[in-house]
Design a binder for this molecule. Structure first.
Ligand SMILES: *[C@@H]1O[C@H](CO)[C@@H](O)[C@H](O)[C@H]1NC(C)=O
Ligand SMILES: *[C@@H]1O[C@H](CO)[C@@H](O)[C@H](O)[C@H]1NC(C)=O
Ligand SMILES: *[C@@H]1O[C@H](CO)[C@@H](O)[C@H](O)[C@H]1NC(C)=O
Length: 500
């Protein structure tokens, strides 16, 4: 991925101390000069450089220019600039954008342009009188890790589409680039698959709406967003009309009427999964599918006589072997669809045979080994790793718990340079058991920002005081942009006075 290969005619440049401290995440290289320019909101323009690979009419960028103009100056009208003043030469009213590496339609390459616009917007500052300034600044920037994700869970609670779309915007402010949609789980299956019988209850209409929007979401995020499935777990699939898919649980010799994980002993299960994942592969155009594979509860399988018989036939004496058999068969099916896949670490821990290009997501903090040791083992085996274990944002503790997440060093394990290169990044996870649209935003922001900076900035950007000052400012900037980000300490934001 290209990073910030955008040539900005940094006539502009950056801001005074207050603006520079608002930069989040911190750039790889930055030099701010003591020379400031005035920006006149009325006249200010974004323009394409004559040599830019993308030109006017590139809808994505035209739209981004409009969005950032609004973010910077609001959409209201402004007093005419006073050109009679003594130093009119110091005004800068054009941001020239030259896209070097990407043509307009090459997603997700334009992401780097958006990142540059975001940085630019964070460099603009406003005096007490309300004049906008930008200091001369030189920046070279690129992400340290290429995969910087946020996981949202829409299975434990409903999240309105607008909430998801708003989250994508704030992700962009933080330079996150991957939306991991944990769409379904055992609590609910809010995806209407064509592979099962269609239903038309209000609940399912809602399911359908969420499913259908997936495509446009990926387009909006400009990211390799992918979908997480956990088909092993029990769910409302049975009710949705896929009889026989889930394992009937037994109470003594009789079925208890409840269902457990997917029934791995039936051929029909794999027929269904084959159709289902084929559909998923086309609904979600992204390269990566997340196949899940974590935390399977074996109780129901254990109670079922036909599962026991199947295990005997296969010579399995451990339910982990049965789970591995299922995952293995599923991976073989999905391999035919020209998709890459991501799995949770259990699939690796249980020694399932996986393709060498599989990405393994590390989520367990301590078991079977400490998470950094797990990353070491995964990369030693030659697989790519994705770190999530220290970044569960759904867990909240009293105090500035973003600091612990900020201090994580994703490459702090013993290993070769090749091994370190296999760590492609990380994901902040927001599991939904206790989170819905009432509390998602303040729980996510600005805490997720700590992870955003860890994944973007240099490994030398570790000063806690510096981070605290900038994150406090950034949180105020989020408030200004209408994001209900929670405070990270005692204090106030300027605009809180303007509003009252
Ligand atoms: C921006 O420029 C002003 C003077 O024009 C200077 O006082 C301020 O320190 C500069 N900001 C930074 C971060 O250097
Ligand atoms: C399931 O498929 C396998 C392999 O195709 C076959 O050997 C087996 O007999 C099938 N089982 C049933 C119950 O149809
Ligand atoms: C930062 O990363 C570089 C290599 O990219 C490495 O040489 C250096 O030791 C790291 N520094 C710290 C403090 O981790």
């Amino acid at each position: 991925m290209a990073g910030c290969r955008l040539w900005v005619s940094l006539l502009l440049a950056a801001a005074l101390a207050c603006a520079a401290t608002a930069l989040w995440p911190w750039p790889q290289y930055i030099q701010i000069y003591h020379r400031r320019y005035t920006l006149y909101p009325n006249n200010f323009q974004f323009r394409y450089h004559a040599d830019s690979a993308a030109q006017a009419g590139c809808v994505v960028l035209d739209e981004a220019f409009r969005r950032y103009r609004n973010l910077l100056f609001g959409s209201g009208s402004w007093p005419r600039p006073n050109f009679a003043r003594r130093h009119p030469m110091l005004g800068k009213n054009v941001l020239v954008v030259a896209v070097i590496t990407a043509e307009c339609n090459e997603f997700p390459n334009l992401e780097s342009v958006e990142n540059c616009l975001e940085t630019f917007s964070q460099l603009v500052w406003k005096s007490a009188e309300g004049t906008f300034f930008i200091n001369k600044t030189k920046i070279e920037d690129f992400p340290r890790f290429r995969h910087r994700g946020i996981l949202l869970d829409t299975s434990r609670h409903y999240l309105p589409l607008s909430t998801i779309l708003d989250t994508l915007d704030v992700m962009a402010y933080n330079k996150f680039n991957v939306f991991h949609w944990h769409l379904v789980d055992d609590s609910s299956f809010p995806y209407k698959q064509e592979a099962s019988r269609p239903r038309d209850t209000p609940q399912e209409m809602w399911n359908w709406v969420v499913g259908a929007k997936a495509l446009s979401l990926c387009a909006v995020s400009h990211s390799p967003c992918f979908v997480a499935e956990k088909p092993l777990e029990k769910s409302s699939l049975e009710e949705l009309g896929v009889p026989g898919l889930l394992t009937p649980c037994y109470s003594g010799p009789h079925p208890s009427g409840t269902f457990g994980p997917v029934n791995p002993s039936l051929n029909s299960t794999y027929d269904f999964m084959s159709t289902f994942f084929l559909e998923i592969s086309s609904v979600f155009p992204d390269f990566y599918l997340h196949l899940g594979g974590d935390e399977v509860d074996f109780t129901c399988w254990r109670s079922n006589p036909s599962i026991q018989a199947f295990m005997k036939k296969k010579g399995f004496d451990d339910f982990k072997q049965l789970e591995s058999f299922y995952i293995q068969t599923l991976l073989d099916i999905v391999s035919d669809y020209d998709k890459g896949y991501v799995v949770w670490q259990e699939v690796f821990d249980n020694k399932v045979k996986i393709r060498p290009d599989t990405i393994i997501q590390v989520w367990r903090e301590e078991a079977p080994v400490a998470y950094m040791k797990e990353v070491e083992q995964i990369t030693k085996a030659g697989f790519r790793a994705l770190l999530s274990a220290p970044w569960y944002l759904n867990r909240v503790t009293y105090g500035p718990d973003w600091k612990d997440m900020y201090k994580v060093e994703p490459l702090a394990f013993h290993g070769t340079t090749e091994q370190k290169d296999l760590v492609i990044g990380g994901e902040a996870c927001m599991w939904g058991e206790y989170v819905d649209s009432t509390n998602l935003v303040p729980r996510l922001w600005p805490r997720a920002g700590a992870i955003a900076e860890r994944l973007w900035s240099s490994n030398l950007t570790t000063n806690m005081d510096f981070a605290f000052r900038r994150l406090s400012h950034f949180r105020c900037e989020l408030l200004r942009r209408g994001v209900q980000a929670e405070p990270i300490s005692v204090g106030y934001c300027e605009q809180e006075f303007e509003q009252s």
